[in-house]
Design a protein around this ligand. Structure first.
Ligand SMILES: *[C@@H]1O[C@H](CO)[C@@H](O)[C@H](O)[C@H]1NC(C)=O
Ligand SMILES: *[C@@H]1O[C@H](CO)[C@@H](O)[C@H](O)[C@H]1NC(C)=O
Ligand SMILES: *[C@@H]1O[C@H](CO)[C@@H](O)[C@H](O)[C@H]1NC(C)=O
Length: 413
């Protein structure tokens, strides 16, 4: 009897994990890049009153055209994502979601086809509750039919918000909706807001293991707003939570600090450099949210700086580690490719200054992991120049301007 119990226990032990179906799509091997409507257009449903912030078909097609014609697609921006407020207020008689008939007159498959023709990908939004955060129909009790609908519309990415539900429901429903998506056979990047709601609505510490097992990316912190103060608070959050977040971060599963708010006029050039650089150092998704016609030439140049983007799109996907050097100055350190042999990484060092005055900073790269005895070449990424090579006994000294960042990439010689 006891022998059979042992066998039974062994059986459970060996076969249990099969029942907990993990997310196993091959997507988001590097952090997704693209555009999402919410940060700038927000609900965008009242097009008569507020035509500048109208979330409709024309807007989405315009973003696709801009990405395709103005170099964004070639630089790696790929996903174009419609956030909340895209649907009619009622499901149809078959219980299916219906796109707003006025704003999306040709439906979502039409938009997907338009986007796919330009070698781009299409993202959509739902909420895990009965209603979305803005009170449109949500997916609770409709996981299978909604997953099927999104798959039929050729959606490539689904953002799933977490308003209006209990903590227990968040912990089970995100897994269930994820498997409903998998069952459709269509590969969709699965973007979850799950840990954000656990931490800031239900005031608990999220368990990131199941989140990373079942989602391609997930929100950790509050919504971004186009303001320097908010950008600083987001960056501080990732600095403070580095130890908790970094073990769950890597190819296929990413922490998501929310959108890039260029095109808003809220940030000066130095602040824009900080915003984008820290996101890239984190290996965060880069989803801009703006009127694409309002991106300044300088912002566009940053968004399409391939040496900069390469740091964020590095295949190893390591989240940079923060070191507080002075009260307002943090050094972020990120190992990445190319490697010399199989031991010696390249590294990027971003020295971020939140202070309103300049700081003279010096540091030894060898104190932060650089250990190749032949030394490194040193690229100043924003100046697009190579400085003096450094060896392990050399330090780098630089003045970091107020509210700005200096970024060096070091490559083993
Ligand atoms: C994931 O999917 C791939 C191909 O679809 C398969 O080869 C692999 O065994 C799967 N891995 C797991 C852990 O299920
Ligand atoms: C250099 O650092 C790497 C880790 O980045 C380590 O694997 C390697 O053994 C180190 N090499 C030496 C010579 O210390
Ligand atoms: C750095 O070292 C490489 C390899 O020795 C050399 O080719 C290059 O000229 C050096 N760069 C500078 C700026 O000294």
């Amino acid at each position: 009897m006891s022998k059979w119990n042992d066998v039974y226990v062994m059986f459970l032990f060996i076969f249990m994990p099969v029942h907990v179906k993990l997310l196993n799509n091959s997507l988001a091997r590097t952090p997704p890049m693209g555009w999402m409507s919410w940060g700038y257009y927000m609900c965008g449903a009242n097009c008569e009153k507020n035509p500048e912030k109208c979330l409709n078909e024309n807007l989405i097609l315009t973003v696709a055209d801009t990405f395709y014609q103005e170099g964004y697609q070639e630089a790696g921006y790929e996903y174009i994502i419609i956030d909340d407020c895209w649907s009619e207020l009622e499901r149809d008689s078959n219980g299916r979601l219906v796109p707003d008939r006025k704003r999306f007159p040709n439906g979502m498959k039409y938009i997907a086809d338009y986007i796919h023709k330009r070698n781009l990908k299409f993202g959509m939004y739902t909420n895990i509750a009965k209603k979305t955060c803005m009170k449109y129909p949500g997916s609770r009790d409709h996981f299978d039919i909604d997953a099927k609908t999104f798959a039929e519309w050729d959606v490539d990415y689904l953002k799933v918000d977490g308003c209006f539900v209990e903590e227990d429901f968040l912990n089970t429903a995100y897994i269930q909706l994820g498997s409903a998506l998998q069952k459709t056979g269509r590969q969709m990047v699965y973007s979850c807001s799950w840990p954000y709601y656990i931490q800031y609505i239900h005031n608990k510490i999220p368990d990131y293991q199941p989140v990373a097992d079942h989602c391609n990316m997930w929100r950790n912190y509050h919504d971004v707003v186009a303001s320097w103060k908010v950008i600083k608070s987001i960056i501080m959050h990732y600095q403070i939570e580095y130890k908790r977040l970094s073990p769950h971060h890597g190819p296929g599963h990413w922490n998501d600090p929310d959108m890039i708010v260029f095109g808003s006029g809220a940030l000066n050039e130095g602040q824009s450099r900080v915003h984008l650089t820290v996101y890239l150092m984190l290996s965060a998704p880069i989803l801009m949210s703006c009127d694409v016609n309002n991106i300044t030439p300088y912002e566009k140049q940053l968004l399409q700086n391939l040496d900069l983007l390469a740091i964020g799109q590095d295949p190893l996907g390591v989240m940079a580690k923060p070191y507080q050097l002075e009260l307002e100055v943090t050094l972020w350190v990120k190992p990445h490719l190319p490697m010399k042999g199989d031991k010696y990484h390249s590294f990027s060092f971003a020295i971020v200054n939140f202070d309103v005055r300049a700081h003279l900073i010096s540091f030894f790269p060898s104190a932060y992991g650089a250990n190749y005895t032949d030394g490194y070449s040193v690229m100043d990424v924003f100046a697009n120049t190579f400085g003096k090579n450094v060896t392990l006994s050399d330090y780098i000294e630089v003045t970091v301007p107020p509210e700005d960042v200096i970024l060096y990439s070091l490559f083993p010689l």
